[in-house]
Design a protein around this ligand. Structure first.
Ligand code: UD1
Ligand code: CA
Length: 464
């Protein structure tokens, strides 16, 4: 059937077992909120409209999705309609809240806000099951089905209904095929069936699952679809399940990365919390975290215990152990670390070297320049082939304002130098070790700011 698709995401549950001050759907998996996964899956399917039924923590949710909740009066944006469900009277009641905003001529896909790892293949399939005389339902076989609604089939193996665990007979509890909650139903039929729901059951709730029985009674077939792996339909109810899904998700992502030609020393010790693209023959050592948007060129090696966030790394660059890179852009064939820190807006040109205990912030380091030991570079522009000696500090902050330092091409800065910004070091200049430079220095000259060394003749250390 060629009805346009509307997704209804159920997310009003409190998530008591999370023992959290935040709504469950705002908890993160792979760096993204659970609800983001579900919204993105719905968007990928080309849902014309997405209705999120929320209850607990509405304000926190709106704050967490600012661009998706611009109009706080109507709760409407181009794609997402935020539907409040003040009292959580059950899954059927939740869907009904959204139906007030849904026309008859669409196909409704019901998703859960706490089931994050749903895949497009499965969702496309369940949607494709909907026809003149059929609806689609995602089910799964679980070794331990306890807690779930059971799928009851007739002698021919056709779905006959869903019975919730609390309402199930002993025999029904033995059924291992369970309801995932994900279903695709034409809005017109759904509306009718929802109006028939009652609270006449063990939990006193309006069960969405009861519509399955209504459908069968009207001669509508319930076509089931199973996911490729169980994890795709597992929900998060507590922090243990959150951690389990996190591990599964990480394994999947790391496998995908390895499939593109990346060597990962231990797939269990790489976490990806964002989007990573990597070239050929990249090697990643153990205990690495990649966050946000990370772009890694060909032949890059990343040493152990390194965190890289929203950063671009050019071909052939080596990042040694224990580095932290954040919002940086690194050229080709650079050498970074061990123990280096690149902060936001650090930009390294090709072949730059940043050594141990060096911090670079909002600065450009030119081609082939070296900053190898114990140094702070902030708000600076460093030219090419510069050598910054150990223990150099750009004194960029006067307590109120930040000031810039310019170090032109081929400068040599001796160790232990303070560059009090704003200041410019002329091209080819040399700064003697231990200088505190407060005025611009000329090109190609030696500048030293240092009190003379004296030795006291006739001095004796006191004795007892
Ligand atoms: C539901 C199904 C069960 C299925 C299981 C899969 C019903 C009656 N039962 O059971 O067959 O095996 O999910 O996990 O549908 N929600 C609301 N408003 C409400 C109630 C729930 O938005 O009033 C949301 C929850 O936030 C959650 C989802 O609906 O995302 C499922 O609710 P939950 O209470 O977990 O349902 P179960 O009893 O586990
Ligand atoms: Ca549940």
């Amino acid at each position: 059937m060629s009805l346009s698709l509307t997704a209804v995401i159920l997310a009003a549950g409190q998530g008591k077992r999370m023992k959290s001050a935040y709504p469950k759907i705002l908890h993160r998996l792979g760096g993204r909120m659970l609800l983001e996964f579900v919204i993105d899956a719905a968007l990928m399917l080309d849902s014309q409209k997405i209705h999120v039924v929320y209850g607990h923590g509405g304000e926190q949710i709106m704050a967490a999705f600012p661009d998706r909740a611009q109009d706080s009066v109507s709760h409407t944006t181009s794609h997402i309609n935020w539907v409040p469900q003040t009292l959580q009277l059950g899954t059927g009641h939740a869907v009904e809240q959204a139906m007030a905003h849904i026309p008859d001529d669409v196909l409704v896909l019901v998703l859960y806000g706490d089931v994050p790892l749903i895949k497009p293949v499965m969702l496309t399939e369940v949607v494709s099951k909907v026809g003149e005389h059929s609806i689609g339902l995602v089910t799964v076989r679980l070794p331990d089905p306890s807690g779930y609604g059971r799928i009851v089939r007739d002698d021919q193996g056709c779905v006959f209904g869903i019975v919730e665990e609390k309402d199930a007979s002993d025999a029904e509890r033995g059924i291992t095929e369970v309801n995932t909650g994900i279903m695709a139903v034409p809005a017109s039929r759904l509306r009718g069936w929802l109006s028939l729901l009652t609270q006449d059951n063990a939990q006193g709730e309006f069960y969405l699952t009861d519509i399955i029985g209504f459908a069968v009674r009207e001669g509508i077939a319930v076509e089931t679809v199973m996911p490729e792996s169980i994890e795709e339909v597992l929900g998060v109810n507590d922090r243990i399940q959150l951690a389990e899904l996190e591990r599964y998700h990480q394994r999947e992502q790391v496998r995908a990365l390895m499939a593109t030609g990346v060597t990962v020393r231990d797939p269990a010790r790489l976490d990806i919390r964002g989007d990573v693209t990597a070239g050929q023959d990249v090697t990643i050592d153990v205990n690495v975290i990649l966050e946000g948007k990370v772009v890694i060129g060909d032949g890059v090696t990343i040493g152990p215990n390194t965190i890289i966030r929203d950063t671009e790394i050019g071909d052939g660059t080596q990042i040694q152990a224990n580095c932290v890179l954040e919002e940086a852009v690194v050229g080709k064939d650079c050498r970074i670390g061990p123990f280096a820190r690149l902060r936001p807006q650090a930009r390294l040109a090709d072949r730059a070297h940043i050594g141990n205990f060096v911090e670079i912030k909002k600065s450009h380091v030119g081609e082939g320049s070296k900053v190898n030991h114990l140094t702070y570079i902030g708000d600076a522009e460093i030219g090419r082939d510069v050598n910054v000696g150990a223990g150099t500090v750009t004194c960029n902050y006067d307590g109120v304002n930040k000031h810039r330092t310019e170090i032109r091409d081929a400068v040599f800065i001796g160790s232990g130098t303070m560059l009090v910004a704003p200041v410019t070091i002329g091209a080819g200049g040399t700064i003697g070790a231990g200088s505190t430079i407060t005025k611009d220095t000329p090109p190609d000259k030696l500048t030293v700011e240092r009190s003379r060394q004296v030795t006291m003749r006739g001095w004796r250390r006191s004795t007892r």
